[in-house]
Design a protein around this ligand. Sequence first.
Ligand SMILES: N[C@@H](CCC(=O)N[C@@H](CS)C(=O)NCC(=O)O)C(=O)O
Length: 235
Amino acid sequence: MLTLYIGNKNYSSWSMRPWVLLRQSGIEFTEHKERFDSFEAQSQFKHALQALNPHGRVPVLVDQGLVVWDSLAIAEYVAEKFPELALWPREAPLRARARSLCADIHSGYTALRHHCGMNIEADLRDVGQSLWTQKADLREDVHRLCQVLTKPLSQQATPAMLMGEFGIVDAFYAPVCSRIRTYGLPVNDVVQAYVERVLALPAVQAWSADALLERDFLPFEEPYRSAPESHHKPV
Ligand SMILES: N[C@@H](CCC(=O)N[C@@H](CS)C(=O)NCC(=O)O)C(=O)O
């Protein structure tokens, strides 16, 4: 049995990726959530995670004693373990495209990630609007994101996931879709429709529902709010 170590579902975008991948693909796994008490060396979170890997970060996948850390490494491991699921596209050119898109997320879009941390339960559209006017690097990231996504999405005969069938690439973009909604970031209609399709995936809905139930407001993850909202928006 696979065990996936994750952080708070409301905030942990890196944890969300492999969780959504496993759940949406129907792969059985046990979830182990380690609350983000803090990321300080003496925190319970660091203590628990450093017992698994020296970086002390989530996500981590454990498979019968084998410890795999980093969202991309986990996705690759799972794709190799379940080749019949075609978590990467079977055609080499599509596979290369999917890997490029995942690499973009894994090592790029730093302004988007920095200014707009994932926060599923929050409605930060006002914040998003002022960030949009003030932060040129955020606008550049979102423009590039739209450029990169619009082409494969517009080539589809019927609206679908990025490479047609759901796969790793869509799991990697799920937290981005959540940020676009939370911060009301302006994207074109084609990308907005994809955002809605990803947010409607059963696994994304399940993750988001769990995030809303957490009600665990962590000030160090909240640059824009001093208290949680009293009314949660629907998933
Ligand atoms: N590149 C890593 C990033 C993992 C990461 O930064 N995870 C965050 C939580 S979303 C974490 O554990 N942070 C704790 C820390 O930085 O000490 C991946 O893809 O898994």
